[in-house]
Ligand binder design. Structure first.
Ligand SMILES: [Ca+2]
Ligand SMILES: [Ca+2]
Length: 303
């Protein structure tokens, strides 16, 4: 009985080896004979009597088209799947390394670099997420590869993130929106993380603002509050002038200017059939003698 079980197992192992033959798993001596791994540690120059401190976020580059890897929090790095003779070069803005680079084949398994500057080797990024028409997109999530926590855009569509190391892919996301480009890759602070958002037609953005034509001041709000709404939602925007100012009119979403106070109200009912922009204009009473049309009625300095 035991012998029969053993024969069964032998048959299963042989069948498995046959199946895996193409994957080289059962061919001793033939699995990826041309590739090798390298690893090492990056430290800074500390007290000569003591070991140096680890340096995180150094980009370890490899010649031959192999992708780079970052040094980790403990200064270590590892790279598998290398082939041929590879030049290994550590890189980080503002730092020099000893050795500056090293040519390695399979024989040199460990490559340690020492930095001459004792500074953190990380970087910060920032950017803006906008509609194609230029309005800022708040509440867009920016995700980062490498385990870094995500951030969101503020009311100006702006985001920032510090403490990044190595090569990081930044990806914007928000349900019902796509972004161009879909992601951006960074390995230093150079370049802006700007993206353009496009709705899938199920959610739209209402951008509130105050027109640059205003000579007065006030505030603009929406009910229900946004700035994102389901498609075809009904929204009422309202303009409230500050003391000493007067509400004058709305600049509508098609950029024609509606400054006819007789025909429109300081409450404006919108249907979110697309991205909308509601800009209010506020004026002050005419100020005589300054050659300006302060009350925006088209005539200057009337009594
Ligand atoms: Ca005037
Ligand atoms: Ca006037």
């Amino acid at each position: 009985m035991e012998r029969k079980v053993a024969r069964h197992w032998l048959a299963i192992v042989l069948a498995g080896c046959t199946l895996l033959w193409g994957l080289a798993a059962c061919r001793p001596g033939l699995e990826d004979p041309e590739t090798f791994s390298l690893s090492g540690t990056v430290t800074d120059v500390g007290d000569p009597e003591l070991p140096g401190d680890p340096v995180a976020g150094v980009t370890i580059q490899f010649s031959g088209g192999f992708t780079s890897v970052p040094s980790q929090a403990d200064g270590t790095w590892q790279k598998d799947g290398l082939a041929g003779t590879v030049t290994v070069t550590p890189a980080c803005d503002g730092r020099t390394f000893d050795p500056p680079s090293l040519e390695c084949a399979e024989a040199c398994a460990t490559v340690d670099f020492t930095s001459t500057v004792s500074l953190p080797c990380d970087y910060a990024l920032g950017g803006q997420v906008l509609l194609a028409t230029g309005e800022p997109m708040p509440g867009v999530t920016l995700s980062f590869s490498g385990g870094f926590s995500s951030v969101s855009t503020n009311a100006f569509g702006a985001w920032s993130k510090s403490g990044l190391t190595g090569t990081v892919t930044v990806t914007p996301s928000r349900a019902h929106w796509s972004f161009t480009p879909s992601s951006r890759e960074f390995s230093s602070s150079s370049g802006a993380g700007d993206f353009t958002g496009t709705s899938d037609g199920q959610e739209y953005l209402l951008s509130l603002g105050i027109s640059g034509w205003s000579t007065g001041s006030g505030s603009v709000s929406a009910n229900p509050s946004g700035p994102y709404y389901a498609a075809d939602a009904a929204v009422q925007v309202s303009a409230v002038a500050d003391a000493g100012s007067l509400w004058w009119g709305w600049k509508d979403e098609s950029c024609t200017h509606q400054y006819d106070r007789a025909s429109i109200d300081s409450f404006w009912s919108l249907t979110m059939a697309g991205n909308k922009s509601a800009e209010a204009t506020f004026a002050v009473p005419e100020i005589p003698g300054n050659s300006e049309d302060d009350d925006l009625d088209g005539s200057v300095d009337e009594p």
